[in-house]
Design a protein around this ligand. Structure first.
Ligand code: KIV
Ligand code: NA
Length: 265
């Protein structure tokens, strides 16, 4: 298998080839994921919760993400590496550009940022400067203070329509990938068929173009937080860490994960 490139992602969608993504924070796990055929590796700002032990992703800094991105990059040969812009780092286009340059210089091939609205200008600003962007809609954990908790988004008709508009808008702004988090299955399915760029679901049903899970959740590691409905412990099934990654990849590719039990109707 050749190393992944950014243009190959849209081609994968056209070919009906599902994308398998996992979060990762260090070189050893990165090497194991790469060998197991994980397509996309995300240094998520979830590191604030699962690695640093915070209650939210708000305390994470660009320096934190850059450090873990450099660690993960050393373990990868084939997977495409995506790094999160942490809270505040994408507040203005100029700040986002500085932070993105640090993350790309640490080894990321793409940055991810949450939301639409004023973030559309940020996406456009980065893409115009040759920085590939993954958008992230639905439940955006950096909005936890405004939302007052982690809840499924796009439940009623108005919110669902708004989400579909935002998805088209991030694509128009130049995003090459879209993570949909905690979105009802039919809404994520509609967005997936609306868009040319691949959608990557987490708690967004089986009809997205790919799936992502947090490493600790997939391995059943207790991070001190309530385990959401969409999480499945693949270690039990896979028998080893490499086996868990392979079982997850296979289940995403053959469409058996997520099932209804791990989705929101
Ligand atoms: O930070 C993270 O791990 C993420 C994924 C859950 C998509 O953003
Ligand atoms: Na994140």
């Amino acid at each position: 298998d050749k190393p992944w490139t950014v243009p190959a992602l849209e081609q994968a969608k056209r070919d009906g080839r599902r994308l398998v993504m996992l979060t990762c924070y260090d070189a050893g796990f990165a090497r194991t994921m790469d060998a197991a055929g994980i397509d996309l590796v995300l240094v998520g700002d979830s590191l604030g919760m699962v690695v640093q032990g915070h209650d939210s992703t708000i305390p994470v800094t660009t320096a934190d993400v850059a450090y873990h991105t450099a660690c993960v990059a050393r373990g990868l040969d084939k997977a495409l590496l995506i790094a999160d812009l942490p809270f505040g780092a994408d507040a203005t286009p100029e700040r986002a550009l500085d932070a993105s340059i640090r993350l790309l210089q640490a080894g990321a091939a793409m940055v991810k940022l949450e939301g639409a609205a004023h973030k559309l200008e940020v996406i456009r600003f980065l893409v115009d400067r040759e920085i590939p962007v993954c958008a992230h809609l639905g439940l955006t954990p950096q909005s936890v203070l405004r939302l007052g908790g982690y809840k499924v988004q796009g439940r009623d008709e108005v919110a669902a329509a708004r989400l579909r508009e935002d998805a088209l808008a991030v694509q128009d702004a130049g995003a090459t990938l879209l993570v949909l988090e905690c979105v009802p299955t039919p809404v994520a399915a509609a967005i997936t068929s609306d868009l040319r760029i691949p959608t990557i679901g987490i708690g967004a049903g089986p009809q997205c173009d790919g799936q992502v899970l947090v490493l600790h959740d997939l391995l059943g590691v207790n991070s001190g937080h309530r385990r959401p409905r969409f999480v499945k412990d693949f270690l039990a099934e896979g028998g080893s860490i490499a086996g868990a990654f392979a079982a997850y990849a296979q289940a995403v590719r053959d469409g058996s994960f997520p099932d209804a039990e791990h989705s929101y109707a």
